[in-house]
Design a protein around this ligand. Structure first.
Ligand SMILES: *Cc1c(COP(=O)(O)O)cnc(C)c1O
Length: 335
């Protein structure tokens, strides 16, 4: 099967499974799992932060970050379509009593800094305390420009806000910009990175930040039930993902570009601007046709969501040959 719904569908390779099975383990709640400790040091070093915490998911990672930066009654500024706001079941509000201040993302995935500044509440007891500014990179597969990140960091500093990056796919951004990931993460106080997407681990994310921030996050992790025991079995896959699968993300980007340029030649399907900046291609198709197409592709071993506005995602388990097959199958269905 060729599954283009998401880069979360990757399966661990035989080698990854063997590495996981052979991992040295201990009780991580006692801080005694050597493989978890190794993953946390590696992540902190790669992302350029003092410390890191291995967590069950990107959702948990962002939740711990928000709860560590903000107190009850604080506010965070976030994109209207940001994962932390829209796709995490309202966790920051429900569990953290943190009020979101959502703003529309611009076409390139940034938040307009004038609008951000205007949304920061004055110190007045009528208002929640604006405490945190949160960005996402990549955002819908789009890479935030480095100059924007630097301006955004200046704004956060000027207003005394903490600055968090939901960097679920931050390595895709770094590979795309051909830069060290620290060029991107440097100006953030905290960064969350998914190991279980394009990097190919089966489970897990890492949250990175200062030592004291990570200690706070570790307490919240325990509270939300995320203290795992012999988690080294999972961390071993995370180490492998960070060591072996970062550079190859460029292959996913090439395959996405191949897919986008092939789809642009098919008249009845539209390819949205900003497609294939990294590993995502966005298409629009008349909704009923999109449903019929998903059924037809499914019979031919290709899985896509049955959405009119659709997201096609390349990853570790999709080859350039697969993309040719996808293009041929879509072309023959639509023409
Ligand atoms: C996937 C994703 C997350 C959450 O990761 P899960 O491991 O699925 O909880 C957070 N932010 C962004 C931008 C994501 O794409």
């Amino acid at each position: 099967m060729i599954d283009l719904r998401s880069d979360t569908v990757t399966r661990p390779t035989e080698l990854m499974r063997e590495t996981m099975a052979a991992a040295e383990v201990g009780d991580d709640v006692y801080g005694e799992d050597p493989t978890v400790n190794r993953l946390e040091s590696l992540a902190a070093e790669m992302l350029g932060k003092e410390a890191a915490l291995f967590v069950s998911s990107g959702t948990q990672s962002n939740l711990l970050a928000l709860m560590s930066h903000c107190q009850r009654g604080d506010e965070y500024i976030v994109g209207q379509l940001a994962h932390t706001y829209k796709y995490e079941a309202g966790g920051a509000a429900v569990l953290g009593s943190i009020q979101p201040q959502p703003l529309e993302f611009g076409a390139n995935g940034s938040l307009d800094l004038e609008k951000v500044a205007a949304a920061i509440k004055p110190d007045d007891f009528h208002f929640a305390k604006t405490r945190l500014f949160c960005l996402e990179n990549t955002q819908g597969g789009k890479v935030l420009p480095l100059s924007y990140l630097s301006d955004a960091a200046d704004l956060a500093r000027d207003y005394g806000l903490a600055f968090h990056l939901d960097g679920a796919r931050v390595f895709n951004a770094a590979v795309k910009l051909e830069t060290d990931v620290q060029t991107i993460t440097r100006s953030f106080d905290s960064v969350s990175v998914c190991l279980s997407k394009g990097l190919g681990a089966p489970v897990g994310s890492v949250l990175c930040g200062s030592r004291s921030f990570i200690e706070t996050a570790r307490r919240w992790r325990k509270m939300v039930g995320g203290g795992m025991r012999q988690a080294g079995i999972l961390a071993a896959a995370g180490i492998m993902a960070l060591e072996k699968n970062v550079e190859r993300l460029r292959v996913d980007h090439e395959n996405a570009a191949l897919l986008a340029s092939g789809l642009k030649e098919i008249p009845s399907i539209d390819v949205e601007p900003f497609s294939a900046e990294t590993n995502m291609v966005f298409t629009t198709l008349e909704p009923k046709r999109a449903v019929a197409m998903a059924v037809d592709l499914g019979k031919k071993g290709i899985i896509v969501s049955p959405e009119g506005r659709n997201r096609l995602v390349t990853h570790l388990d999709v080859t350039a040959e697969d993309i040719q097959k996808v293009l041929e199958t879509i072309r023959s269905f639509l023409t």
